[in-house]
Design a protein around this ligand. Structure first.
Ligand code: PDD
Length: 284
């Protein structure tokens, strides 16, 4: 496995980062996860735009131009096995003596890129859907930043795992839907696709955008608005989206069936359209 670290390509075993790295000490950094299909990065421009938004959010200057990022990403894809890969980009505020305030003068950021094989959900999961639990969203108020400090998300996801479930769906103030621990959530009611707004309370998902674009192109009615907890439990269908899970049906929430308790018609349709879209944009 070849990784990129601070300007160099090397086997992952050789990569080393100082224990004084602010990513290690404070979780002071941001990241991206980019799927690669047929050796091409999916929606790279959009991922790089979101990376810039995250960097701006933590006041860290972008170590690379978009064309430099593109070169790094293409080289990493080329150096690693697999037609379909999962790219992880990670930037921290660098190595400095421990002090909460930013290092003055600034130090070089730590830049790390890794690729592994992309494992999208297996056919059984696509057919059966997944069960989720609900929890109060106890994260900070800048969830639009893709920060590497993920402890709340880690604990929330672990709650789902311990309940034998795939994901935790979060509600702010125990009242309205935000997102999953590592995914966005859509609600389907009476043929309309409902989605929470891309504000500071959720990560603006790249997959979320693709799903809404596909829905608009196929004249599926959509509403972007706050969705209350009762609406989620009374949904006809619930969907989970992310770069690695793509589009997945949620069939149970806190042990209660959603709609029929089986992946529904809107899921089937959007899943198919998502796969068609991928094939279309990834065509050489
Ligand atoms: N997570 N919300 C959160 C909190 C996430 O961590 C993610 C993705 C998403 C979906 O975003 P996208 O469609 O751009 O993948 C929403 C990635 C996959 C991760 O942390 O591994």
């Amino acid at each position: 496995m070849t990784i990129y670290l601070n300007g160099r390509y090397m086997p992952v075993e050789q990569a080393q980062v100082s224990v004084l790295d602010r990513g290690f000490i404070f979780g002071d950094g941001v990241y991206e996860v980019i799927p690669v299909y047929s050796r091409k990065a999916f929606r790279l421009a959009e991922h790089l735009r979101r990376l810039q938004h995250s960097l701006d959010g933590i006041k860290l200057s972008n170590p690379h131009s978009d064309s430099e990022w593109t070169q790094i990403v293409e080289h990493i894809i080329e150096q690693n096995a697999g037609e379909d890969q999962y790219l992880y980009l990670h930037i921290t505020r660098g190595v400095a003596e421990r002090d909460h305030a930013f290092p003055k003068p600034p130090v070089a950021p730590t830049v790390f890129v890794l690729s592994k094989l992309l494992k999208t959900p297996p056919p059984e999961l696509l057919q059966q859907g997944v069960s989720c639990i609900s929890a109060t969203d106890n994260r900070w108020l800048r969830c639009d930043i893709k920060a590497i400090s993920l402890l709340p998300n880690v604990l929330l996801r672990q709650m789902a795992v311990e309940a034998g479930c795939a994901e935790t769906i979060m509600f702010r103030e125990d009242a309205f839907l935000t997102e999953g621990a590592a995914s966005n959530i859509f609600v389907i009611k009476n043929g309309t696709l409902l989605a929470p707004p891309k504000d500071h309370l959720m990560l603006p998902g790249i997959t979320y955008d693709v799903v809404l674009e596909i829905a608009a192109a196929h004249h599926i009615p959509c509403e972007i608005r706050r969705i209350n907890k009762a609406e989620v439990f009374a949904a006809d269908e619930l969907l989970l989206t992310s770069s690695t899970k793509e589009v997945l049906a949620i069939t149970h929430l806190d042990g209660q069936p959603i709609g029929s308790g089986k992946p529904g018609a809107m899921y089937q349709r959007l899943f198919g359209l998502y796969q068609d879209y991928k094939r279309e944009v990834m065509r050489p």
